[in-house]
Design a protein around this ligand. Structure first.
Ligand code: ADP
Length: 237
């Protein structure tokens, strides 16, 4: 499958149409951004690592029974996906407190959350992705009530699939963000699952192995992503 034309370009990926109206190509770029695009850098190999990492995780999720948009990897930085009608919503599950949760609620960093907690955010950079609730989603028609239910069930199901996968690789899945979209009347998982959109800590040292290394200027960003991929058994070369 070949790229036909550029549909749009986000902060980390460029999306292309293909000869098949139901398929898109996602091109994972090296661009790395934080703080709603205020900090941007090019990080060598990041597009390739994220593309391969994402395919590996999407396949695991799919095999465990959650439908995803992922079809196949086409090249180092390109993947073929089903074209979804994306909902403008981000779904976040948190297993350990950190980041904006601590800033907003004044809770201590690094505490196990039992049960894990769930948040919806509106996907809108200009508004800095504000937190929203189910009533907002309903009132403004961003998703139906059954889609809201599906997003919660599916996002937690991904937690059940991925937490053991990462812990077997010596990593804590601290939190993660998912995006869903409609495909032929059904809600399925879209976008990506990479260390750009989740937090992963080493199980022993709690060292950060995700995009917080970039946000906090810790360095070794792609090296950490490669280490995570290596521990999971993702083939990079
Ligand atoms: P951002 O939107 O945060 O800048 P990206 O650079 O990752 O993020 O851009 C990718 C864009 O493609 C996002 O808007 C995402 O919602 C959208 N997208 C991801 N998967 C699909 C899909 N299968 N069909 C349609 N759009 C998708």
């Amino acid at each position: 499958m070949k790229k036909v034309s550029e549909l749009f370009s986000g902060k980390a990926k460029t999306v292309y149409t293909t000869e098949d109206e139901n398929r898109l190509i996602l091109h994972f770029r090296n661009d790395t951004s934080a703080f709603d695009g205020e900090k941007i850098e090019q990080l060598d190999r990041k597009g390739m690592v994220n593309n391969k990492f994402n395919a590996f995780i999407m396949e695991k999720i799919q095999q465990a029974g959650v439908d995803t948009h992922h079809d196949k990897i086409l090249s180092d930085q390109d993947s073929l996906v089903k074209k979804l009608d994306m909902l403008p919503i981000e779904c976040v599950v948190r297993n350990i407190s950190t980041g904006s949760l601590c800033r907003r609620l004044g809770v201590e960093d690094g505490v196990d959350l039992t049960p894990p907690t769930f948040e919806f955010f509106l996907k809108n950079d200009e508004l800095h992705d504000p937190m929203i609730n189910e009533f907002h989603i309903n009132t403004f028609g961003w998703a139906t009530e059954s889609e809201v239910d599906d997003m919660k069930v599916l996002t937690f199901k991904v937690n059940d699939i991925l937490k053991p996968l990462f812990s077997n690789a010596g990593l804590l899945l601290v939190d993660y963000k998912l995006e869903f979209g409609r495909y032929k009347g059904k809600l399925i998982l879209g976008d990506e699952f990479t260390p750009d959109g989740c937090r992963l800590w080493d199980i022993e040292t709690r060292a950060k192995m995700d995009k917080d290394r970039f946000r906090q200027g810790l360095g070794g960003v792609v090296e950490a992503y490669e280490e995570v991929a290596h521990r999971l058994g993702v083939q990079l070369a």
